[in-house]
Design a protein around this ligand. Structure first.
Ligand code: SIN
Length: 310
């Protein structure tokens, strides 16, 4: 199965040399597949079916689309003759969607998200190669769980992060490194053994109206950080706050006081580091550290899922 959601991979520009002034999410997923040379060779006789789940620029990704995507994945993964799913997605929030899906899909079949940094109309688009690589990963017998494929590398949902706004190889797994590589259509795994674990109450997430999902917001610590943003969010009814602390999870004194008060009022607060690599070591600040060394965006997803079932 190939599920389309939009993104630059489905984007079009007025000129083939334009890599930035394009509109994302314009071409249907069947159109994208038709533009991949050599796809039949990669498929080795496997059938390919596609479905357009959404058509958006992923900066506009929302919880309703996440739920629909997870429902369609759940449906297709339950079919015995479906071996796996490729999802075409914009790069901007891809890491959040990947982490969300890993938390809510109970499957050992592979679900591979892929993308492009150049629109489909570019002189040398990267989307067709990424799609071909994603297909090779889904068809690999060692593939399982949610993975991200971009620029010849395979990433875990937990580790992957967009680290560059423009270059083709825009994703990194930081210190963890990629889970594997696609070389001339063949997959080489760095560590074939690690199975992802889904969120324990994931099924509830697929059925609860997204309008009822808890509001979890993200704050950053920085020089001159101001407690008024916490006060405003709490007054507006926020239910969870993820705070990207400086360094080893340090938080400006005025922000920390406001966050402690918010906790007392029932707001769930989780701390991460705003550093691009590494994770908080030991007990930082008087706030609970988010699990697994997640980045701020994925910690927001996890806290929201925790609060849905709390
Ligand atoms: C998007 O995230 O949908 C647009 C940007 C991209 O795919 O690179």
């Amino acid at each position: 199965m190939v599920l389309g959601t939009g993104g630059t991979i489905a984007g079009t520009a007025a000129s083939a040399s334009d890599h930035t002034g394009y509109t994302a999410g314009q071409l249907g997923v069947q159109h994208l597949l038709d533009a991949v040379p050599g796809l039949n060779d990669t498929l080795h006789g496997a059938a390919l079916v596609c479905e357009q789940v959404a058509q958006l620029d992923s900066k506009d990704m929302d919880h309703a689309t996440w739920q629909k995507l997870a429902q369609r994945c759940t449906h297709w993964l339950a079919q015995p003759d479906v071996g796996g799913i490729v999802i075409t997605h914009g790069t901007d929030t891809l890491e959040e969607t990947a982490w969300f899906l890993q938390q809510v899909l109970h499957t050992t079949k592979p679900v591979v998200l892929t993308c492009a940094m150049r629109p489909a109309t570019a002189l040398a688009p990267d989307g067709p190669q990424n799609l071909l690589d994603a297909m090779a990963v889904v068809l690999d017998p060692m593939a399982r769980g949610v993975r991200v494929v971009c620029a010849g590398r395979i990433h875990r949902a937990r580790d992957v992060q967009k680290v560059h706004p423009y270059r083709l190889d825009a994703f990194s797994s930081g210190e963890a490194g990629p889970r594997g590589w696609i070389e001339q259509g063949r997959v080489r795994w760095a560590d074939p053994g690690s199975w992802p674990v889904a969120h324990v109450h994931a099924r509830q997430v697929l059925t609860q109206p997204t309008a009822d999902w808890p509001w979890v917001a993200l704050l950053h610590n920085h020089a001159g950080a101001d407690a008024r943003q916490v006060h405003a969010l709490v007054a507006a009814g926020v239910q969870g706050l993820v705070v990207a602390g400086t360094g080893n999870g340090t938080v400006h004194q005025s922000l920390l006081t406001a966050l402690s008060e918010a906790q007392t009022q029932g707001v769930a607060v989780r701390l991460v580091t705003r550093c691009a690599e590494g994770q908080i070591v030991g007990q930082a600040a008087a706030l609970q550290t988010a699990p697994l060394g997640l980045n701020a965006y994925k910690a927001r997803v996890s806290l929201m899922l925790d609060l849905i079932v709390a």
